[in-house]
Design a protein around this ligand. Sequence first.
Ligand code: HEM
Length: 486
Amino acid sequence: MKVKTKKGLLIGVGATAVTTLTLAYFLARKRRNSVPYAPGPKGMPIIGSIPEVRRDTLKALHDAWQQYGDIAHMHLGPQHLTIVSHPDLTEEILVSGHQTFVKTGALPTGDPLSMGVGNGLLTNADPESWPRQRRMMQPIFHRKRIVSMGDKMTAAGERLVKHWDTDFKSGQAVDIEIEMRRVTLDVINQTMFTADVLGAADKIGPAMTTAVQFTFHHIQNPFMPPLSWPTRENRAFKAAMRTLDEIVYGFIEVRRQTNAAHDDLLDMLLQARDEETGQGMHDIELRDEVLTIFAAGHETTANALTWTFYLLSQHPEILERLQAEVDSVLNGRSPTMADLPNLPYTKQVFDESLRHYPPVTAIPRVVLTDTIFHDYLIPAGSNVVVSIYNIHHHPEFWQNPTAFDPDRFTPERKKGRHRLAYLPFGAGQRICIGINFALIEGPLLLALIAQRYELRLVPDHPVATEIAVTMRPRYGMKMTLHPRKQ
Ligand code: HEM
């Protein structure tokens, strides 16, 4: 009897628990169903807005913002995408909301970028290990340390113009996107490894490009065959990764065996210690960080410079002002770090170019549980992007936002602007660690190249944007090279 009663009680308790859970589930569903998604385009049945996003991601996100406002929503097949385009909302996502809006790698599917760069600083989504990683890396990117790399940046710029002097005729057309990638790769090669002791650094660029393109195809197309299948693309990717591993592990091994100081990023990574445990990085961690810095550090700046030269070619009066500044400050010699404070207009041109064409156009995050954001539902496991591009063109914060106007960045006009109306390097705890590096490298190379050459867009060359992780010119950027009289 007792047992029966107990059993009955148990059943009773069990039944009550089930009823309560079921009730909670239906209430939650009802609540979930009663909370709408943000407004947005309906798209096609089943596939939603995939065609628009595939055709032109930047335009699709811009159109959604223009038509539906600062919080918009679209379906991409079964997935939901919420697009955020206001600095106040950005603060709630990237700054105060960083525990709710987390990096893509927190999903069970992981971050597709990890296929190429492993679990480096950019892709690590683990709230336990990332802060330690960032603490170890932060001193390496301190402005004081980067300043010592200015000469290597200038030297890479000089090698580029020397190559133009010797290999191209005046007025010859070249693809400036390729040329800018060449110089920023040279910079990251030299600042990472100094002398190319193994004669192997030249192979890094092409291997890195293959790896990044492959990863991007995976992001765009969830139906790619698994990596274990011997397709042409899979084989090319694996070969590229083998090359990268061989080179990077090779460099690490040589460095571990010798004590010579190079004062470059690899030395600094090898010396980095966790302040609590005193531990350094093991080889896999080092490899991931080297590849991460390589991937994150060269293409972004290359695109920024490419768009800058395009914008200058379309605005002769701005180009003239820039040339006048570099000519009078440098007087024919190459720029150094010490010149940067005397080249304010050069810096303004670079800043405005990053506003106009931000190399990273949107910052993705995911939510792990159903989240209600300003009365809209963001379902568990779905993506949210903060659109840097939309915010940089928001009329509430930018007068005549489509105009290229470097004077927006004079100290007077910057005063009082919303802190997050301008965020080419992101915001919050995951803000770009390379910001000082980029803001030294960009203006130095811009000053050096503008001093020696004028770049003119080839007439009728089509100019359009394309998102391939970063924003690049869809058809390259064909420009003619005109040496300037010194
Ligand atoms: C114009 C040039 C650059 C732009 C526009 C840019 C932009 C960004 C943005 C928007 C983020 C934040 C991503 C997020 O929140 O999810 C980021 C992160 C990062 N960037 Fe940059 N970046 C540039 C140059 C560089 C350079 C030169 C390096 C290294 C030498 C670098 C290394 C990194 C790394 C390692 C992260 C991850 C930081 C973390 O999550 O802790 N970037 N970058």
